[in-house]
Design a protein around this ligand. Structure first.
Ligand code: ABU
Length: 379
């Protein structure tokens, strides 16, 4: 295949305009992170009991990279330009003046780090110490885009200090001891590990629909992060959403905007934000409940759930890439009128996500439009 010589033009306003240029992640060197206040991994059956950490097994990495390379080829065969990040040595100790972290994570999910809105790519703050330096994997590409596209706005949100004050003290110990009623209350109160000391957000908590931007108040995105986004994207309308979920992280396996007038909602994680459903209905959007996922729990060594079944990539309003194991989800999309491209991707989930997570938009052909002309006070 000849190299795609498409000119660099950073431009993407939503999740569905015709995709022309995209970044696809790599699995190389991905780590089970060393413990840190933001997160704990306890996988004794896989040799990673609480407190331990290390490289994901090499044979898993090879399989994941095969599937990622194959996905990149599928996209290229459809005429897209595909760029790839530059992995770092994620085994290394990283530090700032405030803390030392024994490992980094990886660069499979560019969606977590990079948010494209129009001609801007914004590097998210991130809220894990192990992911604080992850933006460096994308710097070679961003430097290149900056040279090639005179209109590209390259932005970085303020790096959080992530001191002990950014996290609630003994959060995980307290969570373990909670009764079901207390957990239920914590979910309704959105009582997650982050404090409001400083703004934090992951880019994958954001979903774009032209003038309207939806942000998930999750375990990795706090109110300050949402407020920062609201002030930064001041000509957009920012809507805060949240769901009934004990491990809320990233919007793209919970509520997915498929095309103008159609969203896909997780069948288990119910929306809790007042006014949200009314808002979509008022603007004549249909909210379809997703199909049953292929798996009935978290895949081995994965911190992403079975709901990666919903984690899809729209190539345009009629064409959608779906994990090939998600037969029921593909059937549903077929009935909803999409051309479905099945992409083998099951081996990638342990490396940080599905097809949406594994990508970041650089160019979708289209402009900033108003898909929600009827607003609701307070939402
Ligand atoms: N990074 C997307 C994972 C979300 C989930 O497992 O629900």
């Amino acid at each position: 295949m000849t190299a795609n010589t498409q000119k660099t033009v950073v431009n993407s306003w939503n999740e569905w305009d015709p995709l022309k240029h995209v970044i696809v992640g790599r699995a190389d060197g991905t780590m089970i992170q060393a413990p840190e206040p933001a997160i704990e991994r306890d996988w004794p059956d896989h040799g990673f009991p609480l407190g331990t950490y290390g490289l994901l097994p090499k044979e898993m990495e090879e399989k994941a990279n095969e599937q990622l390379d194959n996905f990149a080829k599928i996209l290229e065969s459809r005429g897209l330009r595909v760029d790839r990040p530059t992995p770092l040595d994620f085994k290394q100790v990283v530090q700032t003046p405030d803390w030392k972290q024994k490992t980094m994570f990886g660069c499979m999910p560019p969606r977590d780090v990079l948010l494209t809105v129009g001609n801007e790519i914004l590097e998210a703050t991130m809220s894990y110490r192990s992911r604080w330096y992850e933006y460096l994997c994308y710097r070679p590409l961003l430097e290149q885009y900056f040279k090639e596209d005179p209109n590209f706005k390259w932005e970085a949100a303020p790096k959080p200090r992530l001191t002990e004050h950014t996290y609630k003290k003994d959060y995980w110990r307290k969570w373990e001891k909670m009764s079901e009623e207390e957990k239920d209350q914590a979910i309704h109160n959105r009582d997650w590990v982050l404090t409001e000391k400083e703004p934090c957000f992951d880019a994958a908590d954001i979903s774009r629909a032209g003038k309207d931007i939806f942000v998930y108040h999750s375990s990795v995105t706090n109110k300050g992060g949402i407020d920062w986004l609201r002030r930064h994207f001041s000509s957009h309308r920012i809507h805060v959403i949240w769901f009934y979920e004990t491990n809320p992280i990233h919007i793209d396996a919970t509520f997915v905007l498929l095309r103008p007038g159609l969203a896909l909602s997780n069948r288990k994680r119910k929306p809790l934000a007042p006014g949200m459903i009314e808002f979509f209905k008022k603007n004549d959007w249909e909210i379809a409940e997703c199909a049953e996922p292929a798996l009935d729990g978290y895949p081995p060594l994965s911190f992403c759930s079975q709901w990666l079944s919903m984690n899809t990539l729209m190539l345009d309003t009629k064409t959608i890439c779906v994990d090939a194991q998600e037969i029921k989800q593909m059937e549903q999309f077929d009935k909803l009128g999409f051309e479905v491209i099945p992409v083998p991707f099951a081996d990638v989930s342990a490396f940080g996500g599905g097809l949406h997570c594994a990508t970041a938009d650089v160019n979708r052909q289209g402009d900033c439009e108003d898909y929600f002309p009827k607003q609701i006070e307070g939402f």
